[in-house]
Write a protein that binds this ligand. Structure first.
Ligand code: SDX
Length: 377
Protein backbone atom coordinates (compact mmCIF):
# COMPACT_ATOMS: atom_id res chain seq x y z
CA UNK A 1 0.00 0.00 0.00
CA UNK A 2 1.33 3.53 -0.80
CA UNK A 3 2.39 5.74 2.12
CA UNK A 4 0.94 9.27 2.46
CA UNK A 5 3.69 10.51 0.11
CA UNK A 6 2.74 7.81 -2.40
CA UNK A 7 5.77 5.63 -1.62
CA UNK A 8 5.36 2.07 -2.95
CA UNK A 9 8.01 -0.38 -1.70
CA UNK A 10 9.98 -1.92 -4.53
CA UNK A 11 7.88 0.14 -6.99
CA UNK A 12 5.43 -2.80 -6.97
CA UNK A 13 2.79 -2.30 -9.66
CA UNK A 14 4.15 1.14 -10.63
CA UNK A 15 3.94 1.77 -14.39
CA UNK A 16 7.15 3.66 -15.18
CA UNK A 17 6.92 4.02 -18.98
CA UNK A 18 5.20 2.82 -22.15
CA UNK A 19 6.80 0.09 -24.26
CA UNK A 20 6.08 -1.74 -27.52
CA UNK A 21 8.39 -4.63 -26.75
CA UNK A 22 6.69 -6.85 -24.20
CA UNK A 23 3.13 -7.40 -22.98
CA UNK A 24 3.09 -9.15 -19.61
CA UNK A 25 -0.22 -10.09 -17.96
CA UNK A 26 0.63 -11.31 -14.45
CA UNK A 27 -2.97 -12.14 -13.52
CA UNK A 28 -3.53 -14.33 -16.62
CA UNK A 29 0.05 -15.65 -16.76
CA UNK A 30 0.42 -14.38 -20.30
CA UNK A 31 3.60 -13.07 -22.03
CA UNK A 32 4.04 -11.77 -25.57
CA UNK A 33 6.83 -9.98 -27.46
CA UNK A 34 5.47 -7.38 -29.93
CA UNK A 35 2.13 -9.22 -29.96
CA UNK A 36 3.50 -12.76 -30.49
CA UNK A 37 2.68 -15.19 -27.66
CA UNK A 38 5.75 -16.61 -25.94
CA UNK A 39 4.59 -20.21 -26.47
CA UNK A 40 4.43 -19.66 -30.24
CA UNK A 41 7.83 -18.00 -30.30
CA UNK A 42 9.46 -20.70 -28.15
CA UNK A 43 7.98 -23.43 -30.36
CA UNK A 44 8.50 -21.92 -33.82
CA UNK A 45 11.14 -19.16 -33.74
CA UNK A 46 14.92 -19.23 -33.40
CA UNK A 47 16.61 -16.79 -31.04
CA UNK A 48 17.89 -14.68 -33.95
CA UNK A 49 14.30 -14.18 -35.18
CA UNK A 50 13.28 -12.95 -31.73
CA UNK A 51 16.29 -10.63 -31.55
CA UNK A 52 15.18 -9.07 -34.86
CA UNK A 53 11.56 -8.89 -33.60
CA UNK A 54 12.61 -7.03 -30.46
CA UNK A 55 14.78 -4.56 -32.35
CA UNK A 56 12.48 -3.95 -35.33
CA UNK A 57 8.96 -4.82 -34.13
CA UNK A 58 8.42 -7.46 -36.85
CA UNK A 59 9.61 -11.03 -37.39
CA UNK A 60 12.39 -11.00 -40.04
CA UNK A 61 11.96 -12.00 -43.64
CA UNK A 62 14.33 -14.78 -44.81
CA UNK A 63 16.62 -12.10 -46.28
CA UNK A 64 16.60 -10.06 -43.07
CA UNK A 65 17.32 -13.16 -41.01
CA UNK A 66 20.19 -14.12 -43.27
CA UNK A 67 21.58 -10.60 -42.96
CA UNK A 68 21.40 -10.66 -39.16
CA UNK A 69 23.05 -14.08 -39.05
CA UNK A 70 25.89 -12.76 -41.20
CA UNK A 71 26.32 -9.70 -38.98
CA UNK A 72 26.37 -11.89 -35.84
CA UNK A 73 28.96 -14.21 -37.40
CA UNK A 74 31.19 -11.26 -38.30
CA UNK A 75 30.81 -9.72 -34.83
CA UNK A 76 31.36 -12.94 -32.80
CA UNK A 77 35.20 -13.10 -32.69
CA UNK A 78 36.79 -11.25 -29.75
CA UNK A 79 39.75 -8.89 -29.81
CA UNK A 80 42.99 -10.75 -28.89
CA UNK A 81 43.23 -8.25 -26.01
CA UNK A 82 40.23 -9.84 -24.30
CA UNK A 83 41.69 -13.31 -24.67
CA UNK A 84 44.95 -12.07 -23.14
CA UNK A 85 42.99 -10.56 -20.25
CA UNK A 86 41.08 -13.82 -19.71
CA UNK A 87 44.40 -15.62 -19.29
CA UNK A 88 45.38 -13.16 -16.54
CA UNK A 89 42.12 -13.48 -14.59
CA UNK A 90 41.86 -15.87 -11.61
CA UNK A 91 40.39 -19.18 -12.85
CA UNK A 92 37.92 -19.19 -9.94
CA UNK A 93 36.57 -15.73 -10.88
CA UNK A 94 32.79 -15.98 -11.27
CA UNK A 95 31.84 -15.79 -14.98
CA UNK A 96 29.32 -13.03 -14.18
CA UNK A 97 32.20 -10.85 -12.95
CA UNK A 98 34.14 -11.77 -16.06
CA UNK A 99 31.18 -10.60 -18.15
CA UNK A 100 31.08 -7.34 -16.20
CA UNK A 101 34.81 -6.79 -16.74
CA UNK A 102 34.52 -7.76 -20.42
CA UNK A 103 31.67 -5.29 -20.96
CA UNK A 104 33.90 -2.40 -19.90
CA UNK A 105 36.61 -3.57 -22.33
CA UNK A 106 34.12 -4.23 -25.15
CA UNK A 107 32.78 -0.69 -24.70
CA UNK A 108 36.29 0.78 -24.74
CA UNK A 109 37.22 -1.18 -27.89
CA UNK A 110 33.94 -0.64 -29.74
CA UNK A 111 34.39 1.76 -32.69
CA UNK A 112 30.92 3.20 -31.95
CA UNK A 113 31.55 3.23 -28.18
CA UNK A 114 30.36 6.73 -27.29
CA UNK A 115 27.97 7.18 -30.23
CA UNK A 116 24.30 7.00 -29.18
CA UNK A 117 22.85 7.49 -32.66
CA UNK A 118 20.23 4.92 -33.69
CA UNK A 119 22.54 3.53 -36.38
CA UNK A 120 25.50 3.19 -33.98
CA UNK A 121 23.27 1.68 -31.28
CA UNK A 122 21.96 -0.84 -33.80
CA UNK A 123 25.53 -1.86 -34.69
CA UNK A 124 26.50 -2.08 -31.00
CA UNK A 125 23.40 -4.17 -30.22
CA UNK A 126 24.51 -6.74 -32.81
CA UNK A 127 28.03 -6.82 -31.37
CA UNK A 128 26.74 -7.17 -27.80
CA UNK A 129 24.42 -10.09 -28.67
CA UNK A 130 27.25 -11.78 -30.54
CA UNK A 131 30.11 -11.06 -28.17
CA UNK A 132 28.51 -11.73 -24.79
CA UNK A 133 28.06 -15.31 -25.93
CA UNK A 134 31.67 -15.53 -27.09
CA UNK A 135 33.00 -13.93 -23.87
CA UNK A 136 31.12 -16.47 -21.74
CA UNK A 137 32.28 -19.46 -23.78
CA UNK A 138 35.86 -18.26 -24.28
CA UNK A 139 36.50 -17.56 -20.58
CA UNK A 140 35.14 -21.01 -19.73
CA UNK A 141 37.64 -22.59 -22.11
CA UNK A 142 40.57 -20.46 -20.86
CA UNK A 143 39.83 -21.20 -17.17
CA UNK A 144 40.11 -24.91 -18.06
CA UNK A 145 43.50 -24.27 -19.63
CA UNK A 146 42.06 -24.86 -23.11
CA UNK A 147 42.11 -22.70 -26.23
CA UNK A 148 38.87 -20.87 -27.09
CA UNK A 149 36.89 -22.70 -29.77
CA UNK A 150 36.50 -20.65 -32.98
CA UNK A 151 32.90 -20.19 -34.11
CA UNK A 152 31.40 -22.17 -36.96
CA UNK A 153 29.57 -19.80 -39.35
CA UNK A 154 27.09 -22.44 -40.43
CA UNK A 155 25.79 -22.90 -36.87
CA UNK A 156 22.98 -20.83 -35.31
CA UNK A 157 23.62 -18.57 -32.30
CA UNK A 158 22.37 -21.23 -29.90
CA UNK A 159 24.37 -24.00 -31.56
CA UNK A 160 27.52 -21.89 -31.73
CA UNK A 161 27.33 -21.13 -28.03
CA UNK A 162 27.00 -24.80 -27.04
CA UNK A 163 29.79 -25.63 -29.51
CA UNK A 164 32.13 -22.91 -28.20
CA UNK A 165 31.52 -24.03 -24.59
CA UNK A 166 31.92 -27.78 -25.10
CA UNK A 167 34.31 -27.84 -28.06
CA UNK A 168 32.16 -30.36 -29.91
CA UNK A 169 29.15 -30.00 -32.18
CA UNK A 170 25.95 -30.17 -30.08
CA UNK A 171 23.10 -32.62 -30.78
CA UNK A 172 20.24 -31.06 -32.76
CA UNK A 173 17.74 -31.90 -29.98
CA UNK A 174 19.90 -30.02 -27.45
CA UNK A 175 20.27 -27.04 -29.77
CA UNK A 176 16.48 -26.86 -30.16
CA UNK A 177 15.94 -26.93 -26.40
CA UNK A 178 18.65 -24.33 -25.76
CA UNK A 179 17.35 -22.10 -28.55
CA UNK A 180 13.88 -22.20 -26.98
CA UNK A 181 15.39 -21.27 -23.59
CA UNK A 182 17.15 -18.27 -25.16
CA UNK A 183 13.80 -17.19 -26.67
CA UNK A 184 12.07 -17.55 -23.30
CA UNK A 185 14.65 -15.44 -21.46
CA UNK A 186 15.08 -12.75 -24.13
CA UNK A 187 12.76 -10.03 -22.81
CA UNK A 188 10.54 -9.49 -19.80
CA UNK A 189 9.25 -5.90 -19.51
CA UNK A 190 10.62 -3.82 -16.60
CA UNK A 191 12.36 -6.52 -14.54
CA UNK A 192 15.16 -5.19 -12.32
CA UNK A 193 17.99 -5.60 -14.84
CA UNK A 194 16.07 -4.18 -17.79
CA UNK A 195 14.86 -1.24 -15.73
CA UNK A 196 18.46 -0.66 -14.63
CA UNK A 197 19.50 -0.58 -18.28
CA UNK A 198 16.81 2.00 -18.97
CA UNK A 199 17.82 4.17 -16.02
CA UNK A 200 21.44 4.20 -17.18
CA UNK A 201 20.42 4.77 -20.82
CA UNK A 202 18.18 7.66 -19.75
CA UNK A 203 21.28 9.61 -18.64
CA UNK A 204 22.48 9.24 -22.28
CA UNK A 205 25.28 6.96 -21.10
CA UNK A 206 26.36 4.59 -23.87
CA UNK A 207 24.82 1.17 -24.56
CA UNK A 208 27.74 -0.80 -23.08
CA UNK A 209 27.47 1.17 -19.81
CA UNK A 210 23.72 0.50 -19.68
CA UNK A 211 24.28 -3.23 -20.26
CA UNK A 212 26.99 -3.21 -17.58
CA UNK A 213 24.46 -1.85 -15.11
CA UNK A 214 21.94 -4.49 -16.15
CA UNK A 215 24.51 -7.24 -15.60
CA UNK A 216 25.05 -6.07 -12.04
CA UNK A 217 21.31 -6.20 -11.35
CA UNK A 218 20.91 -9.61 -13.00
CA UNK A 219 23.62 -11.10 -10.76
CA UNK A 220 21.49 -10.76 -7.62
CA UNK A 221 19.87 -13.96 -6.25
CA UNK A 222 16.41 -12.36 -6.18
CA UNK A 223 16.72 -11.92 -9.96
CA UNK A 224 18.93 -13.77 -12.47
CA UNK A 225 21.20 -15.15 -9.74
CA UNK A 226 18.32 -17.47 -8.84
CA UNK A 227 19.18 -19.45 -11.98
CA UNK A 228 22.34 -20.77 -10.37
CA UNK A 229 20.86 -20.89 -6.85
CA UNK A 230 18.13 -23.33 -7.95
CA UNK A 231 20.73 -25.84 -9.14
CA UNK A 232 22.66 -25.45 -5.88
CA UNK A 233 19.40 -26.22 -4.02
CA UNK A 234 18.75 -29.32 -6.13
CA UNK A 235 22.33 -30.49 -5.46
CA UNK A 236 21.79 -29.83 -1.72
CA UNK A 237 18.63 -31.96 -1.76
CA UNK A 238 20.40 -34.65 -3.79
CA UNK A 239 17.57 -37.12 -4.44
CA UNK A 240 13.79 -36.81 -5.10
CA UNK A 241 12.79 -38.58 -1.88
CA UNK A 242 14.52 -35.90 0.22
CA UNK A 243 12.64 -32.96 -1.29
CA UNK A 244 9.77 -33.15 1.18
CA UNK A 245 11.91 -33.02 4.32
CA UNK A 246 14.14 -30.35 2.81
CA UNK A 247 11.12 -28.15 2.07
CA UNK A 248 9.67 -28.40 5.55
CA UNK A 249 13.04 -27.63 7.14
CA UNK A 250 13.82 -24.75 4.74
CA UNK A 251 10.45 -23.10 5.32
CA UNK A 252 10.78 -23.57 9.06
CA UNK A 253 14.12 -21.74 8.83
CA UNK A 254 12.37 -19.01 6.78
CA UNK A 255 14.74 -19.65 3.84
CA UNK A 256 13.98 -18.03 0.51
CA UNK A 257 13.51 -20.93 -1.94
CA UNK A 258 15.10 -19.81 -5.18
CA UNK A 259 13.10 -20.38 -8.34
CA UNK A 260 9.78 -19.79 -6.61
CA UNK A 261 7.59 -16.70 -6.49
CA UNK A 262 7.38 -13.70 -8.78
CA UNK A 263 6.61 -10.01 -8.40
CA UNK A 264 4.16 -9.99 -11.30
CA UNK A 265 3.00 -13.54 -12.09
CA UNK A 266 0.43 -14.73 -9.58
CA UNK A 267 -1.24 -17.36 -11.76
CA UNK A 268 1.96 -19.02 -12.95
CA UNK A 269 4.93 -18.04 -15.11
CA UNK A 270 4.16 -19.23 -18.66
CA UNK A 271 7.86 -19.70 -19.32
CA UNK A 272 8.20 -22.15 -16.41
CA UNK A 273 5.59 -24.45 -17.93
CA UNK A 274 7.45 -24.55 -21.27
CA UNK A 275 10.84 -25.00 -19.59
CA UNK A 276 9.41 -27.85 -17.51
CA UNK A 277 8.66 -29.80 -20.69
CA UNK A 278 12.07 -29.00 -22.17
CA UNK A 279 13.83 -29.99 -18.93
CA UNK A 280 11.96 -33.30 -18.64
CA UNK A 281 12.95 -34.31 -22.18
CA UNK A 282 16.58 -33.15 -21.86
CA UNK A 283 17.08 -34.77 -18.43
CA UNK A 284 15.70 -38.08 -19.65
CA UNK A 285 17.87 -38.04 -22.77
CA UNK A 286 21.02 -37.12 -20.86
CA UNK A 287 20.45 -39.76 -18.17
CA UNK A 288 20.14 -37.03 -15.51
CA UNK A 289 16.49 -37.61 -14.75
CA UNK A 290 17.31 -37.33 -11.05
CA UNK A 291 17.48 -33.54 -11.33
CA UNK A 292 14.11 -33.28 -13.03
CA UNK A 293 12.53 -35.70 -10.52
CA UNK A 294 14.02 -33.79 -7.60
CA UNK A 295 12.80 -30.49 -9.05
CA UNK A 296 9.34 -31.96 -9.56
CA UNK A 297 9.08 -33.17 -5.97
CA UNK A 298 10.38 -29.83 -4.65
CA UNK A 299 7.83 -28.00 -6.81
CA UNK A 300 5.00 -30.12 -5.36
CA UNK A 301 6.16 -29.70 -1.75
CA UNK A 302 6.70 -25.92 -1.94
CA UNK A 303 3.42 -25.40 -3.72
CA UNK A 304 1.57 -27.45 -1.11
CA UNK A 305 3.37 -25.99 1.94
CA UNK A 306 3.63 -22.32 0.87
CA UNK A 307 1.40 -21.94 -2.21
CA UNK A 308 4.36 -20.64 -4.24
CA UNK A 309 4.71 -21.23 -7.97
CA UNK A 310 7.91 -21.88 -9.92
CA UNK A 311 9.28 -18.99 -11.98
CA UNK A 312 11.39 -19.06 -15.13
CA UNK A 313 14.55 -19.97 -13.21
CA UNK A 314 13.19 -23.14 -11.63
CA UNK A 315 13.09 -25.58 -14.56
CA UNK A 316 15.81 -23.84 -16.58
CA UNK A 317 18.27 -25.16 -13.96
CA UNK A 318 17.80 -28.91 -14.63
CA UNK A 319 17.55 -28.13 -18.35
CA UNK A 320 20.89 -26.29 -18.45
CA UNK A 321 22.44 -29.05 -16.34
CA UNK A 322 21.17 -31.69 -18.77
CA UNK A 323 22.64 -29.69 -21.66
CA UNK A 324 26.03 -30.01 -20.01
CA UNK A 325 26.45 -26.38 -18.97
CA UNK A 326 28.52 -25.73 -15.82
CA UNK A 327 26.32 -24.34 -13.01
CA UNK A 328 28.23 -21.07 -12.74
CA UNK A 329 27.47 -20.38 -16.39
CA UNK A 330 23.69 -20.52 -15.83
CA UNK A 331 23.38 -16.80 -14.99
CA UNK A 332 25.72 -15.70 -17.80
CA UNK A 333 23.50 -17.73 -20.15
CA UNK A 334 20.51 -15.72 -18.97
CA UNK A 335 22.53 -12.56 -19.76
CA UNK A 336 23.49 -13.97 -23.17
CA UNK A 337 19.78 -14.14 -23.91
CA UNK A 338 18.49 -11.07 -22.06
CA UNK A 339 20.98 -8.77 -23.76
CA UNK A 340 18.50 -8.90 -26.65
CA UNK A 341 15.82 -7.35 -24.44
CA UNK A 342 18.24 -4.98 -22.76
CA UNK A 343 19.47 -3.58 -26.09
CA UNK A 344 15.89 -3.33 -27.40
CA UNK A 345 14.91 -1.36 -24.30
CA UNK A 346 17.96 0.90 -24.64
CA UNK A 347 17.03 1.58 -28.29
CA UNK A 348 13.46 2.34 -27.19
CA UNK A 349 14.65 4.58 -24.35
CA UNK A 350 17.01 6.57 -26.54
CA UNK A 351 14.32 6.98 -29.21
CA UNK A 352 12.09 8.92 -26.79
CA UNK A 353 14.28 9.75 -23.84
CA UNK A 354 13.62 11.59 -20.59
CA UNK A 355 15.97 11.25 -17.62
CA UNK A 356 14.56 8.66 -15.19
CA UNK A 357 14.72 10.35 -11.79
CA UNK A 358 12.03 9.43 -9.21
CA UNK A 359 11.67 11.08 -5.79
CA UNK A 360 12.12 9.78 -2.23
CA UNK A 361 9.95 10.42 0.86
CA UNK A 362 12.15 11.97 3.57
CA UNK A 363 11.59 10.23 6.91
CA UNK A 364 14.86 11.29 8.59
CA UNK A 365 15.71 13.77 11.39
CA UNK A 366 13.94 17.17 11.25
CA UNK A 367 16.07 20.32 10.55
CA UNK A 368 18.60 21.12 13.34
CA UNK A 369 21.56 23.55 13.98
CA UNK A 370 25.13 22.45 13.17
CA UNK A 371 27.19 21.15 16.15
CA UNK A 372 30.93 22.03 15.99
CA UNK A 373 33.38 19.14 16.48
CA UNK A 374 34.52 20.56 19.83
CA UNK A 375 30.95 20.32 21.09
CA UNK A 376 30.62 16.66 20.13
CA UNK A 377 31.91 14.13 22.68
C1 SDX B 1 13.42 -13.47 -12.25
O1 SDX B 1 10.79 -9.32 -12.58
C2 SDX B 1 10.99 -10.22 -13.50
O2 SDX B 1 10.31 -10.28 -14.50
C3 SDX B 1 12.13 -11.18 -13.22
C4 SDX B 1 12.27 -12.34 -14.16
C5 SDX B 1 12.68 -11.89 -15.55
O3 SDX B 1 12.42 -12.63 -16.52
O4 SDX B 1 13.41 -10.87 -15.64
O5 SDX B 1 11.04 -13.03 -14.25
C6 SDX B 1 13.35 -13.31 -13.72
O6 SDX B 1 14.16 -12.76 -11.62
C7 SDX B 1 12.53 -14.47 -11.59
C8 SDX B 1 12.63 -14.42 -10.04
C9 SDX B 1 13.92 -15.12 -9.61
N1 SDX B 1 14.09 -14.97 -8.16
C10 SDX B 1 13.89 -15.98 -7.32
O7 SDX B 1 13.52 -17.10 -7.65
C11 SDX B 1 14.21 -15.63 -5.88
C12 SDX B 1 13.12 -16.18 -4.95
N2 SDX B 1 11.89 -15.42 -5.15
C13 SDX B 1 11.70 -14.30 -4.35
O8 SDX B 1 12.56 -13.88 -3.44
C14 SDX B 1 10.47 -13.46 -4.65
O9 SDX B 1 9.46 -14.29 -5.05
C15 SDX B 1 10.69 -12.34 -5.62
C16 SDX B 1 11.83 -11.50 -5.20
C17 SDX B 1 10.93 -12.88 -6.99
C18 SDX B 1 9.44 -11.49 -5.66
O10 SDX B 1 9.23 -11.12 -4.39
P1 SDX B 1 8.20 -9.96 -3.97
O11 SDX B 1 7.23 -9.64 -5.03
O12 SDX B 1 9.01 -8.82 -3.44
O13 SDX B 1 7.39 -10.68 -2.84
P2 SDX B 1 7.90 -10.82 -1.36
O14 SDX B 1 9.37 -11.05 -1.31
O15 SDX B 1 7.36 -9.64 -0.63
O16 SDX B 1 7.19 -12.17 -0.91
C19 SDX B 1 5.77 -12.18 -0.62
C20 SDX B 1 5.61 -13.31 0.37
C21 SDX B 1 6.56 -13.19 1.56
O17 SDX B 1 5.95 -13.85 2.63
P3 SDX B 1 5.65 -12.99 3.96
O18 SDX B 1 7.01 -12.50 4.42
O19 SDX B 1 4.73 -11.84 3.50
O20 SDX B 1 5.00 -13.97 4.89
O21 SDX B 1 5.95 -14.57 -0.24
C22 SDX B 1 7.10 -15.11 0.40
C23 SDX B 1 7.76 -13.99 1.17
O22 SDX B 1 8.45 -14.51 2.31
N3 SDX B 1 8.00 -15.57 -0.65
C24 SDX B 1 8.83 -16.58 -0.51
C25 SDX B 1 9.44 -16.69 -1.77
N4 SDX B 1 8.97 -15.76 -2.61
C26 SDX B 1 8.08 -15.05 -1.90
N5 SDX B 1 9.12 -17.38 0.53
C27 SDX B 1 10.04 -18.33 0.30
N6 SDX B 1 10.67 -18.52 -0.89
C28 SDX B 1 10.40 -17.71 -1.93
N7 SDX B 1 11.02 -17.92 -3.09
Amino acid sequence: MPSEAGLIRGLEGVVAAATRLCDLDGAQGRLAYNGYDIADLARHAQFEEVVWLLWHGELPTPAELHGLRTELTEARPLSPLLLRVFRLLPKEMHPMRVLQAALALLGALDPDGEDNSAEANRRKAVRLVAQMATVTAAFHRVRQGKRPVPLRPELSHAANFLYMVAGRKPKAVNVRAFDAALVLYAEHEFNASTFTARVVASTLADMHSAVSGALGALKGPLHGGAGEAVMRTLEEIGTPDRAETFTRQALAEKRRLMGFGHRVYKAGDPRAAILRGLAEKACRQSGEGVWFETAGRLHEAVNREKGLIPNVDFYSAPLFRALGLPVDLFVPVIAVSRVAGWTANILEQHADNRLIRPRAEYVGTPPRPFRPLAARS
